[in-house]
Design a protein around this ligand. Structure first.
Ligand code: C5P
Ligand code: C5P
Ligand code: C5P
Ligand code: ZN
Length: 465
């Protein structure tokens, strides 16, 4: 076990002791896959420790929400997958709190668990659910929850940077592999291996975008028909998991050749294959069996105001909640396709140091960040971060996404958004590679102009160093 893991466990053990002394706990978590799995982990641990709990999901923490929570006079609040950016407000409101998060922290407190405090990178090496898994590990034997921790990490795309999970995530993965609840293997990275007919995998490929196949159902069917494999055709299509090893290899190498001929850059083509994670306790052919499909299933609930459905799935409901989640998933999938189409059709506006699009009310604010991330594979210029705007009921949501290359050049989107908000208005934060903010509508133009300058300054100061 690494030193970082040990130090985190020590801090977690103090937090766990505090939890054990309570009768009831209020859990506040984030409305995405990582937030749901974090809540799932802590709630299962509380249940096992016979501590009563209530749960609340929020888009993000702001002063108003924190004040409302404080007004309820909770005995103890556990914030998961959020809170590290709001420690001062939480303390000022007099909330007895534990914060288990992986976002860029502002400050520190005694009962604050966050990988950044221990020299680990919270945007790639440990998720909110991983952090909360470490907390749960000090509350009792909760090793069987490692699978949820991995789903959260994959939901936050922490495996993308190196094509596999690294750092503390990998240590947690190893614990799951050891007790046979998780396995990992190199395989095709396209989405839907458990549940989709093979041609759908190609049709919905977004990273990389495969010209001629992505978004083109007929093209995908034709491409596969040309391969002389018994994949289904007119009859029932087989899924990826139904294929033999040789059949899979044949398709992957055909995809490599096709992409190369279509002019896709080799480094993008390489992303077609990577490490994938399987939840061995889940039934084959269900979304929950595959970490990536599981996380998308959860996003499909939480990002549409149905976090309670996703949480129920994390808590083990494989009947009613699972059925509801699947219905939400098919809507979510359509929205993602529509959103990507919006960006393709309307294009992006380039400034000196960023590119942006304004979705207005065409894309839901809760998924505009996912679309911004997916857009990196369709925009022409990969050397600029993507910023997206979407209207909300009381302002504008900003979502920002960068790439590893851009981070090496000095860009840190979390810092850039925080600084722009401080100077101009709004509140924001997140990670170096993915960040967000909420701002008043009238500040939109001023905001993007200043953000462009701030990102420019980040690049020049790195160049100068
Ligand atoms: O609030 P939270 O930490 O869950 O959000 C993380 C966000 O960062 C996710 O939307 C995830 O998709 C995004 N991300 C990304 N690329 C990465 C790592 C994370 O777009 N390499
Ligand atoms: O599982 P889901 O409802 O998302 O499936 C979408 C489509 O894929 C359905 O039309 C289903 O019949 C089809 N399918 C298939 N072969 C499979 C699994 C699903 O043709 N093995
Ligand atoms: O919403 P989106 O997926 O773009 O969020 C990206 C990251 O920015 C997430 O980690 C989220 O928690 C963070 N964020 C934030 N403050 C906001 C909006 C998003 O810290 N107002
Ligand atoms: Zn997270």
């Amino acid at each position: 076990m690494s030193n970082t893991y040990q130090y985190m466990k020590q801090r977690a053990s103090k937090c766990a002791e505090k939890i054990r002394n309570q009768q009831a706990v209020h859990v506040v978590s984030h409305i995405d896959a990582d937030g749901l799995t974090s809540a799932g982990i802590i709630c299962r641990a509380l249940e096992r420790a016979n501590i009563e709990y209530s749960v609340q999901f929020v888009k993000q923490l702001d002063e108003m929400i924190i004040t409302k929570i404080a007004d309820q006079n909770p005995e103890l609040v556990i914030f998961t997958d959020l809170g590290s950016g709001m420690l001062e407000t939480i303390e000022n409101c007099g909330i007895n709190a534990i914060v288990s998060d992986h976002h860029h922290p502002k400050g520190d407190t005694e009962f604050h668990l966050n990988p950044h405090l221990f020299g680990a990178n919270g945007s790639s090496e440990l998720s909110g659910s991983g952090t909360t898994y470490i907390l749960a590990s000090q509350m009792g034997d909760n090793t069987d929850l490692a699978d949820l921790a991995i789903v959260g990490a994959v939901g936050d795309l922490q495996h993308v940077k190196k094509g596999k999970l690294t750092g503390l995530n990998r240590e947690i993965l190893a614990e799951g592999v050891k007790i046979n609840t998780l396995s990992c293997a190199r395989d095709i990275t396209l989405f839907g291996k458990q549940t989709r007919p093979v041609f759908k995998l190609l049709q919905f490929a977004s990273d990389p975008y495969i010209p001629g196949l992505t978004g083109n159902e007929d093209g995908c069917i034709e491409f596969l028909a040309g391969m002389d494999l018994p994949l289904g055709g007119d009859e029932r299509w087989r899924r990826w998991i139904d294929l033999e090893r040789e059949e899979k290899q044949k398709i992957v190498s055909a995809l490599f050749q096709h992409s190369l001929r279509a002019g896709v850059e080799p480094y993008k083509i390489e992303r077609l294959v990577g490490e994938v994670y399987t939840l061995l306790n889940e039934r084959e052919g269900t979304e929950m069996r595959d970490a990536s499909e599981y996380s998308t299933l959860l996003n499909a609930t939480a990002r549409y105001d149905h976090a309670e459905v996703g949480l129920a799935v994390c808590m083990g409901d494989r009947e009613q909640a699972y059925e509801s989640a699947r219905r939400l998933l098919s809507e979510h999938r359509q929205n993602l396709v529509q959103g990507l189409l919006f960006v393709k059709e309307n294009g992006v506006i380039q400034l000196n140091n960023l590119q942006y699009f304004d979705a207005g009310s065409s894309i839901r604010e809760t998924i505009v960040g996912i679309i911004a991330g997916m857009s990196t594979s369709i925009v022409d210029n990969r050397n600029l971060p993507i910023i997206a705007f979407a209207d909300t009921d009381d302002g504008v949501k900003v979502s920002a996404r960068a790439t590893q290359d851009l981070i090496r050049k000095g860009i840190n989107l979390s810092r850039a958004l925080s600084q722009t908000c401080e100077e101009i208005g709004g509140s924001g934060g997140g990670h170096d590679i993915a960040a967000g903010a909420t701002i008043p509508s009238i500040l939109k133009e001023e905001f993007i102009t200043r953000l462009d300058e701030i990102i420019g300054a980040q690049i020049s100061s790195k160049r100068g160093s």
